[in-house]
Design a protein around this ligand. Sequence first.
Ligand SMILES: [Zn+2]
Ligand SMILES: [Zn+2]
Length: 282
Amino acid sequence: MLGSGSAGNSALVATDHCRLLVDGGLSARQIVLRLEQCGVAPDQLDGVLLTHEHGDHVCGLEVLCRKYDLPIYANALTAEASRCDGSLDRHRNWRIFRTGAEFSICDIRVQTFPVPHDAVDPIGFAFHAGSSSLGFITDLGYPTKLVIERLREVHTLVIETNHDEKLLQNDSHRPWPVKQRIQSRHGHLSNNAAASVIEELLPGKIERVVLGHLSRDCNTPELALGAVQALLAKCGRTDVELHCAAQSQISTRFRVGETERGAFQPTFENAFFQTAPCPGAL
Ligand SMILES: [Zn+2]
Ligand SMILES: [Zn+2]
């Protein structure tokens, strides 16, 4: 996790052959700096995958992609929303997929699935490489059956623990409609809601959980970790590794599994992607 929280989100998913950014919601400068700390130069990236168009997930991409012509993988509505707010309207290197599609980028198989959130077509990801997989869900109001289904096979899960319910209720800065939006079925997962998702996945393959997207005012790492630790203790699953990602610095690097080293025959699935619809273009 290059950084995660209400002020911006970006993560690096990498194998020996492939380096992908998931969202680019930190400043381009911070993305480059933090990639450097992971030993990755921005021009080594194979692409950026977008979960949705909210600023805390895309705000660094305009500058980053002006300098490095990175492919951006997104569904059509998310691409259009990101282009129409002006920030990415000049970017040409879009790879458009249908929500629900599965595709490969180098040796990473990417599964996409819809999540309920107040964006045009928000999605979560499951990444498969070698024998291991990584689930990635931030920004969702509640877990649908499909979300749980897609995550049953993952070994590592990145999940948002956005807020502590009490801190949110007592917060004096946020007007009532904003609180309602956050708590709604198209808002964000609370610490307890995330714990329930994890509980549902315990019979599966899950070995490690990384908490992210914490609200600065309405949560703390202690509260988020505490809620999930309590759940794991209750279920007798203290063997599950637990981490909390921070906003201002990169997290520990997690080794999700082993992939094939050595020579790699690239897939040419890129040919199946369309370029983004370009409103007003000739
Ligand atoms: Zn967000
Ligand atoms: Zn969002």
